[in-house]
Design a protein around this ligand. Structure first.
Ligand code: GLP
Length: 254
């Protein structure tokens, strides 16, 4: 595991965008696993800027998103379809048919989950999975629970996630209660993982991710078992981390 400690959100975004760019340059038809939330917005802005300068080409890139709210259509401004178009896809030359998200409007949940797992499988899995971190340690919408969910599933969001995400909606009551999310298996099978973390509100979750017991109550703790994880985190997010906590010497700090 590598941890890049950066000053602030802007530096985090630039460093993370560098890592994503390197992936695209090395493998122009790579599969990117994409995340939503406020954390990767700056990273996406930077990718758009480099694309517009002619430094990056998304013509062959394929993408698969982590999650989508149940009951929100792509036209709904709070949906993750809308978010991706607004924050990334509309600014680059990725082909719409090469982008994938769960269908929040699917009537048959089980069928949709199976379909989405097949989509990921047919793409040959994810080359680089971008992840944000929930304050409760969720990744995608894999919420704290008793067992790690393997495949794509439809999950009831925890109250803390609903509260955290209410800022994107008129009020907390408008936040959908359910969401589709890829499972831990899809995330863990990605060849590389890039976790971006910013702000004091994430400091405890980041500490648990790195040094807590591997436990589905902190879903991100499973990342300790992945062989190729890069974390780009700002000073605030790293404020609970002491290099001495890394007893195993498995973490490289930069
Ligand atoms: C959301 C998303 C996650 C995201 C996380 C953190 O609920 N489902 O993929 O990583 O919560 O969001 P933010 O970056 O806005 O703090």
């Amino acid at each position: 595991m590598r941890i890049y400690s950066v000053k602030n959100y802007d530096e985090m975004s630039r460093k993370a965008a560098n890592i994503v760019s390197a992936q695209i340059i090395l493998k122009p038809d790579c599969v990117l696993g994409l995340a939503t939330g406020s954390t990767p917005e700056g990273l996406y802005r930077q990718l758009i800027e480099w694309y517009q300068k002619g430094d990056l080409d998304f013509a062959q890139v394929r993408s698969v998103n982590l999650d989508e709210y149940k009951g929100l259509s792509p036209e709904n401004e709070q949906s993750y379809h809308y978010y991706m178009n607004k924050n990334l896809f509309n600014g680059i030359n990725i082909k719409p048919e090469n982008t994938h998200l769960p269908d929040g409007m699917a009537k048959d949940e089980e069928k949709e989950c199976l379909r989405y797992d097949r989509v990921v499988k047919m793409m040959g899995g994810v080359d680089l999975q971008i992840l944000g971190l929930g304050e409760n340690g969720h990744i995608g919408f894999n919420e704290p629970c008793e067992n790690f969910a393997k495949g794509t599933h439809c999950i009831r969001l925890t109250d803390s996630t609903i509260t955290a995400n209410a800022r994107f909606f008129e009020n907390a009551d408008m936040v959908p209660k359910y969401a589709f999310s890829v499972g831990i298996r899809t995330i863990m099978m990605a060849k590389k993982i890039l976790l971006v973390v910013s702000g004091k509100a994430k400091a405890h979750a980041l500490y648990q991710t790195l040094f807590g017991p591997i436990n589905p109550r902190v879903p991100s703790s499973i990342l300790q078992l992945h062989p190729d994880v890069t974390i780009v985190a700002d000073k605030d997010a790293l404020s609970h981390i002491d290099r001495k906590d890394d007893k195993s010497g498995d973490i490289y700090f930069y």
